[in-house]
Design a protein around this ligand. Sequence first.
Ligand SMILES: Cc1cc2nc3c(=O)[nH]c(=O)nc-3n(C[C@H](O)[C@H](O)[C@H](O)COP(=O)(O)O)c2cc1C
Length: 206
Amino acid sequence: MESAAILSLAITGASGAGVARVLLAMLERDPRVAHVDLVASPHGLRVAREELDLPEGTLDQLAHRLLGRAPGKTEVHDDRDIGANIASGSYPSRGMIVAPCSMGTCAGIAHGLADSLIKRAADVCLKERRPLVLAVRETPLNRIHLRNLLEASEAGATIFPLMPAFYDGALTAEAMTAQFAARLLEHVGLPQPSVFQWQGRRPRQA
Ligand SMILES: Cc1cc2nc3c(=O)[nH]c(=O)nc-3n(C[C@H](O)[C@H](O)[C@H](O)COP(=O)(O)O)c2cc1C
């Protein structure tokens, strides 16, 4: 049997920090996940604070502040710590999710900059052929964004735009976020029973 997974979750300065919060909660309660390496860029922290009204605290407390309780398996890293475990291909990470992923981080990953822990860990996933899912968010997209998305995709990343579905009957932002997060986790080898499956017609609302 496959051993429980070690996965990385990165938060960057695009809108959508609520998605990261839901993903972290799902990873924390998933018995198939042994350990989560969490890292946020400085701009990611800034936007998350705005969007989630996070209480003040140190970087170490980020997982606690996102979850609203003490994490069981999440280790928080500083984005400047280029010597953290996830910066090396020898660390047995199963893959990485960047959610939300800014256009700046996408550009850096697409061009192999590796000048922060997030970009280096993403670079490692690409070189080791491990899943790298980029939940990119920006609108509208300019030509530079579009080129970088193609570069990242061609290098092996899964471009998973932070776009909710509108055909699955989810009516609230919470339900849309939960469906989006569940669909995303399938791309790092964690199939979710809660994922809506299209059966040929839209479900009727109760
Ligand atoms: C409130 C707020 C919302 C933002 N939303 C986005 C966004 O949706 N997409 C994006 O690419 N950048 C967005 N930005 C800009 C990024 O935060 C900025 O480009 C930053 O340099 C990204 O850095 P990072 O990729 O290292 O996190 C936003 C900034 C702020 C303050």
